[in-house]
Write a protein that binds this ligand. Structure first.
Ligand SMILES: Cc1ncc(C[n+]2csc(CCOP(=O)(O)OP(=O)(O)O)c2C)c(N)n1
Ligand SMILES: [Mg+2]
Length: 336
């Protein structure tokens, strides 16, 4: 529980700082998870290292729970020369093989079928693992959601479908997304198990995912988990939510803050003190600040990496372009 609280607090600080960095023009783009910490850390911690995570684009809490270091993440946000993704992805669209964290999907829903394929592949290889695609309420209207869940049902794929119902798909509210009473209820049409859980309750999410994982690994079939939560921030740094939703709605969810909730619970149990909670937040701020500083001081990814990793040996026309770009960099026309 303490580990979860620390991850949730660290995630929130990293999230808030990242939005500010984008506003200051220090990174290009950002997608917040603000408000969804319990759903993400709860699910992330219930998984094992051998499991596969197939995220959408909002899963910082899952990445942290998988053990991806803050420094690795900020190096990616800055696309610096330590960025394992080599500056080839938008910030928050990262992927890390060592953590079995697949590169983020921007097209809504596509990761669901990728995940089912991954789950099937893992089973053919004899792995005792599950694959977990992350997606939102909006993605449950996609054709890939249908294809993925139907296939998983027919083949009993070892997959836990983790839907974060955060109430909105950019500006489209959940009520206009579907006439289904619940999103978990959609599982019935595919003959698989559906469970709705309070996504702002860390322990509840953890337990539900742990159980779904156990079932999937032991051949009892896939589960669709619907975690009820709320997106406190904007959809991304490119939109203004005050244009489409009321401040009263946001304020009512503020009362259900998942971090406050877990912290209050742990304080009431006597597992931590108010001072320790304060210190934990302070430590997270220092940790995040250090990662940002290091990321900012690291030189950018070399433009020359544009020409690597596609061909085993580059064709002549690619080599010509490579020479031309390096000339432009030398002349200062193109800045790395
Ligand atoms: C196929 C496709 N259609 C539209 C978009 C634009 N788009 C990006 S995110 C998004 C909303 C997704 O909502 P939801 O699935 O609820 O996830 P959330 O962003 O709330 O986490 C849309 C429409 C897209 N990226 N891909
Ligand atoms: Mg949503």
């Amino acid at each position: 529980m303490l580990r979860a609280l620390k991850l949730m607090v660290t995630g929130r600080v990293a999230d808030e700082r990242s939005v500010n960095l984008q506003r200051q023009g220090r990174i290009g783009f950002y997608v917040q998870m603000d408000g969804q910490e319990a759903a993400q850390v709860g699910c992330g911690l219930a998984l094992e290292p051998e499991d596969w995570v197939v995220p959408a684009y909002r899963e910082l809490g899952v990445a942290l729970a998988r053990g991806v270091p803050l420094q690795t993440l900020f190096d990616q946000f800055y696309a610096n020369s330590n960025d394992e993704n080599k500056g080839r992805q938008m910030p928050t669209h990262y992927g890390y093989r060592a953590y079995r964290y697949v590169t983020a999907s921007s097209p809504v829903g596509t990761q669901i079928i990728h995940a089912v394929g991954l789950g099937m592949a893992a089973r053919y290889k004899g792995e005792k693992s599950v694959t977990v695609p992350f997606f939102g309420d909006g993605a449950t209207s996609s054709s890939d959601f249908h294809a993925g869940l139907n296939f998983a049902g027919v083949y009993n794929a070892p997959v836990v479908f983790f839907c974060q119902n955060n109430g909105w798909a950019i500006s489209l509210p959940r009520e206009k997304q579907t006439r289904s009473k619940t999103l978990a209820g959609k599982a019935e049409a595919y003959g698989i198990r559906g469970v709705q859980v309070d996504g702002n309750d860390f322990a509840a999410v953890y337990r539900v995912v742990q159980e779904a994982r156990e079932r999937a690994v032991s051949g009892e079939g896939p589960t669709l988990v619907e975690a009820l939560t709320y997106r406190m921030g904007s959809h991304s740094t490119s939109d203004d939510p005050t244009r489409y939703r009321s401040t009263a709605e946001v304020a009512s969810w503020k009362q259900k803050d998942p971090i406050e909730r877990l912290a209050r619970d742990l304080i009431a149990r006597g597992w931590i003190t108010e001072d320790q909670f304060e210190a934990l937040q302070e430590a997270a701020r220092a940790e995040v600040q250090a990662a940002i500083q290091t990321a900012e001081q690291t030189p950018p990814t070399s433009p020359d990496t544009l020409f690597t990793d596609v061909f085993k040996s580059n064709p002549s026309y690619v080599e010509e372009q490579r020479a031309e770009l390096s000339e432009l960099v030398r002349e200062g026309v193109v800045k790395p």
